[in-house]
Write a protein that binds this ligand. Structure first.
Ligand code: NDP
Ligand code: 2IT
Length: 447
């Protein structure tokens, strides 16, 4: 975070740091948005009117709660649960739940803050929020996962609702966890309120394409970026970090568009196969058997536990694992290896210094707020289907997703041009996302 902020933004940023001590991820997310907002200062005085910037950095509500549960051995474990309801100017709070041992208030606040602008950028009527727990699902039995989810929802249920706050999945929370969470909500409230959670199974109120949406959406967004340069995925060598929900379906869409994914990773290392990864084997490994990548078997593949996945030479890099997984050094390696495009499938995977390296190196860079918005956008489509008690086909839903990603791309491009920074997707996404929320906040008064 070396680049100076606009003088009108710096005091606001200093206040955020002082009011939220020690929350480095949250500071970083605020810094990245404020860095892009410079051109607004002076040009759009209406946003100063009701101190929008000051209010937008303060979550509307922050909930922290105890989650007690019993292991298979009969021991009592205690975890911490979070839900940060960040901004509801555009609609009910919307955003995922993350179960990972690293989760703390700073991480949930950074994710909630990002979500506000991402959701705004989708053009759908959804506010922003995020939640989760420091619970570690790795190595836990199915029964333990169920008991944890039930205990988590026993507190969370009082804060959520289809018109209030609509959680979904994120790291460590997929279809299985959402099932247990929804079951407990239904039991406690005695309501089959489908629209209270998204990412549900398709047989009990879920939307087709939601599982695939974040990965597919990221690749659709990257496809638009390439198209603008007269290029396509055809023949491109692609590296995708992670091997979870976002990564697997990014790999699937790249393969469908004629590219070859030659590497992916998990927290124990990375897998390289210059002939292209076998997606069916990966899905079986990760979605069914819940195993480590080291269990993958192919004659031409090798598993690496040293160095970084970003050492692998490629045309396109899609970071789809976690925040700050790609730093300045990694970015320099990618640039010197000739990378053409980087699009974030994860939230804030590239550090600010890495982004500067890409931009200085003329690499097309798609920020997560824009490129990974397909997941939450399809969640909004799921809410739409629930509200009308309807269920759309895979093709219809995928077409809607692709159009949403095209629209987000156009919004980023035209806003960046409008503010005199053509081709800068970071500026375009932050400015467009911010203005829509800010307009609504001005209209709704000081609340
Ligand atoms: P999953 O839990 O399905 O997969 C996460 C993947 O990232 C796993 O391969 C995991 O490896 C790896 N990973 C997670 N944390 C770390 C870490 N600290 N260090 C190294 N590797 C790590 O999560 P998702 O695929 O859903 O989420 C991935 C990213 O995408 C997150 O940033 C999330 O916020 C973002 N995102 C998700 C959306 C969604 O709809 N799911 C929507 C938009 C963004 P391991 O198994 O070894 O832990
Ligand atoms: O970061 C994200 O956008 C998500 N984890 C998905 C949120 C959602 O409500 O679908």
């Amino acid at each position: 975070m070396n680049e100076a902020l606009h003088p009108a933004m710096q005091p606001h940023f200093d206040t955020v740091v002082a009011r939220n001590p020690g929350e480095s991820e949250f500071h970083q997310a605020v810094y990245e948005v404020m860095l892009s907002l410079g051109p607004i200062a002076g040009q759009r005085p209406q946003y100063a009117q009701w101190s929008i910037l000051k209010r937008i950095c303060e979550p509307e509500r922050q909930i922290i709660f105890r989650v007690p549960w019993v292991t298979d051995k009969g021991e009592v474990e205690i975890n911490r649960g979070f839900r940060v309801e960040f901004n509801s100017a555009l609609g009910p709070y919307k955003g995922g739940l993350r179960f990972h041992p690293s989760v703390n208030l700073s991480i949930i606040k950074f994710l909630g803050f990002e979500q506000v602008f991402k959701n705004s950028l989708t053009g759908m009527p959804i506010g922003g929020g995020k939640g989760g727990s420091d619970f570690d699902p790795k190595g836990r039995s199915d029964a333990e996962i169920m008991r944890f989810c039930q205990s988590f929802m026993t507190e969370l249920y009082r804060h959520i609702g289809q018109y209030t706050d609509v959680p979904a999945g994120d790291i460590g929370v997929g279809g299985r966890e959402l099932g247990y969470l929804f079951g407990q909500y239904k039991r406690i409230t005695n309501r089959y309120e489908s629209g209270v959670l998204t990412g549900k199974g398709t047989s009990w109120g879920g939307s087709r394409v939601r599982k695939e949406a974040t990965g597919y959406g990221t690749v659709f967004f990257a496809q638009e970026m390439l198209k603008r340069q007269g290029e396509s995925f055809d023949g491109k060598r692609v590296v995708v970090s992670g091997s979870g929900n976002v990564a697997l379906y990014a790999i699937e869409k790249v393969h469908q568009l004629g590219g070859t994914v030659i590497a992916c990773s998990d927290s124990n290392g990375y897998l390289v196969d210059q002939n292209g990864l076998d997606l069916e084997q990966l899905k079986d490994l990760k979605e069914v058997r819940r195993e480590r990548l080291s269990a993958y078997r192919a004659d031409t593949a090798h598993h690496v536990t040293e160095g970084s996945i970003w050492d692998v030479e490629c045309d396109v890099a899609l970071p789809c694992a976690t925040q700050n997984e790609l730093n300045e050094t990694h970015a320099k390696t990618l640039v010197s290896n000739g990378v053409r495009l980087v699009a974030e499938g994860a939230n804030m995977p590239c550090t600010p210094d890495a982004i500067k390296v890409f931009q200085a190196g003329d690499v097309l860079f798609g920020p997560g707020k824009a490129s990974n918005a397909g997941g939450v956008a399809t969640s909004a489509l799921e809410m739409q289907q629930n509200a009308s008690r309807d269920s759309w086909s895979f093709d219809v839903t995928e077409e809607r997703l692709q159009q949403i990603m095209r629209d987000i791309h156009t919004r980023c491009v035209t806003t960046a041009e409008e503010f005199g920074d053509p081709g800068n997707y970071v500026a375009g996404a932050n400015l467009a996302g911010y203005m829509k929320v800010a307009d609504a906040m001005v209209a709704l008064g000081v609340i």
